[in-house]
Design a protein around this ligand. Structure first.
Ligand code: FES
Ligand code: FES
Length: 198
């Protein structure tokens, strides 16, 4: 069975209509549609969601994108905006443990779900195995793509603890890095998978 796309979002459990009218647009049209969406003043409703293990309850505009919610409401700026069009993976977060693109989903699409961002990867001040592997194997240069890479890799390793190179490449194929050439990134994920990093 084909792996689910990061653009697929869980349906909300109740009420709010969150199906982005954006899916299916080409990127330029998507960005334009999102600019229009961001300008519209919409009513707010309460969003219940778990972010990095903490239950939250926030009044959130019905048109607020998940990335804007995480960065501007929750204050977690580790999740990066790259293309703003569902193509670069910089905005990847985990929703119920699966990688998802936060730039093309409404915040209300994750009502009742568990969202994890790169800020939640470390525990007790200790970097996760994927974070340490990126650090030790020089998997990042400017670091802009790194949070999305780390969350995509984390999603992969939870689903497949011992992936081969082909699986790693497939899992990261939605993440664009403009600096590293990917070799070190793949090595980092393999090192994290093969142990010795945690
Ligand atoms: S910013 Fe979301 S995919 Fe590029
Ligand atoms: S490290 Fe710079 S974009 Fe990937």
């Amino acid at each position: 069975m084909a792996a689910p796309s990061r653009a697929d979002f869980p349906l909300p459990r109740a009420g709010v209509s969150v199906t982005l009218p954006l899916f299916g647009y080409r990127t330029n049209s998507l960005r334009a549609a999102k600019r229009r969406l961001r300008r519209i003043m919409m009513a707010k409703s309460i969003l219940h969601v778990e972010v990095n293990g903490r239950a939250r309850e926030d009044a959130v505009a019905d048109n607020l994108l998940l990335i804007d919610y995480l960065r501007e409401v929750v204050g977690l700026t580790g999740t990066k905006m790259g293309c703003d069009g569902g193509e670069c993976g910089a905005c990847t977060v985990l929703v119920d443990g699966r990688p998802r693109l936060s730039c093309i989903a409404l915040a209300h699409a994750v009502a009742g779900r568990r969202v994890e961002t790169v800020e939640g990867a470390a525990t007790g001040g200790r970097l996760s195995r994927v974070q340490r592997a990126f650090h030790e194997r020089l998997g990042s240069q400017c670091g802009y793509c790194t949070p999305g890479m780390i969350m995509a890799a984390e999603g992969l390793l939870r689903r497949d603890p011992n992936p081969g190179e082909a699986e790693i490449r497939r899992a990261l194929s939605g993440n664009i890095c403009r600096c590293t050439g990917y070799v070190k990134i793949i090595e980092a994920v393999r090192a994290a998978a093969q142990g010795g990093m945690r």
